[in-house]
Design a protein around this ligand. Structure first.
Ligand code: 4NP
Length: 157
């Protein structure tokens, strides 16, 4: 389909937050029967985890909520800013980095995912260094709220 909407979820390592959010978004569009309208991907600001499956605690959260996920970490490219319509970041540092990397004539709009959270929780905190899995679970719930509301905005605008 020529008028697919393209969305890229970005975090620092593409190993914790953005894979969970990507899996949530894929699940939501599938359930809504609109998966053919969307191209969905995720990427990292830093290349540290390129080629790897997500962090085991992120995988465990996806399994807990029955989310399918088969992607591996990749590094964001300049082309991404021309290819994707929306780039959704997890925290304000991601937004700063993305804004710096974005070429002036690129089409991608950069948003903070949490700006769509109806509960107003704007930042998806990086749980990578946490000693337990609570931050991963919390990321999942923030992702569900924000992605649902983002999709509703897409359908009404
Ligand atoms: P993510 O979390 O950005 O949610 O994937 C991180 C992953 C790796 C690192 C930091 C945050 N790291 O320092 O390697």
């Amino acid at each position: 389909m020529g008028n697919k909407k393209r969305i890229l979820f970005v975090c620092l390592g593409n190993t914790c937050r953005s894979p969970i959010v990507e899996a949530v978004f894929m699940d939501l569009v599938k359930r809504a029967g609109v998966q053919r309208d969307w191209e969905i991907d995720s990427a990292a600001i830093e290349a540290w985890h390129v080629g790897n499956r997500p962090n085991p605690r992120a995988v465990a959260v996806m399994e807990k909520y029955c989310l399918a996920y088969d992607n591996r970490a990749r590094h964001i490219t300049t082309d991404d800013f021309y290819k994707f319509d929306y780039i959704l970041a997890m925290d304000e540092y991601n937004v700063e980095d993305l804004t710096e990397l974005r070429p002036d004539d690129a089409k991608a709009q950069i948003f903070l995912l949490g700006d769509f959270d109806p509960e107003g929780e704007r930042i998806i905190r990086d749980p990578y260094c946490d000693t337990n899995s609570d931050g991963f679970d919390k990321c999942y719930h923030q992702a569900v709220r924000s992605c649902k509301s983002f999709l509703e905005d897409m359908n009404t605008n």
